[in-house]
Design a protein. Sequence first.
Length: 296
Amino acid sequence: MAAEPDPLGTLRWLRRAQNAALLTALARGQVPLSHDGLHGWPHQVAARRLRHHLIATGVLPAADPRLLDIEAWLHRRLAELAGHPHEQLLRQFALWHQLPRLRATASRRPLRTTAQQYATQQFTQAQAFLTWLHEHQIDPRGLRQADIDAWYATHRVHQRHHVRGFLLWATDRGDLPRGLVAHQQTFQPGRPITQQRRLALLRRFTTSDTDPLPARVAACLVLLYAQPLSRIHQLTANDVLERDGETALRFGDPPTPVPEPFATMLRELAATAPPDGWLFPGLIPGQPVAHRALQR
């Protein structure tokens, strides 16, 4: 932490009571210096930032940061389940289904930005569904299709979408009656903008400097290449290529040509990238900005 490029930011971090308390607990051995130990710390904002520092300095083993965040979140939610009528089933869903799948994926490639939101929503809606069954005095093993349809009719699209994974898992195991239909939810795409509107926005973001350069570059990437923010926020300076006086961006193979004046903006942003190379760095050391923060 002493080598942090923003020493004032580090001092501000140390002055916060929750952060200082975590360091004190680690020094006294009250919290194990491990990923599992940090998962159990009640103030995860402090634990998350310190964990990334410890990984960057080699104190803790490297791990997928999104997997660590999901594990910490599930650790807290499972600790709050005491007394829930379906605690055992929810624990099995998280520990036997969700985490093994996530860990298997993380062993092959980095988890996508959307993985954390999907996993947390999947567990949240599974808990909400089982709570609803208890409130309506419905035994899971006696669940009927009419009960599922009633739940679907009284809940929002995103809730119905995220509960489906739990329903499929539970019916496959026999925790819910087999043969029940967990409806697939579809999302309607938004209304596309006109070509005239698209060109007007491109003109604004390439000629006006009222918006910060990172925001302007991100907007141009969406408008020019229709790339999702979940992909854009992971770009690095190494993805900006210059060959024979031409600029290209590595979205895939081959790299994508970048026209002027956007190419100049992109090169300027790449020149200001921090040592870790992120074009859109976040507040946490070594991590890009969250794609939802970039969206705002």
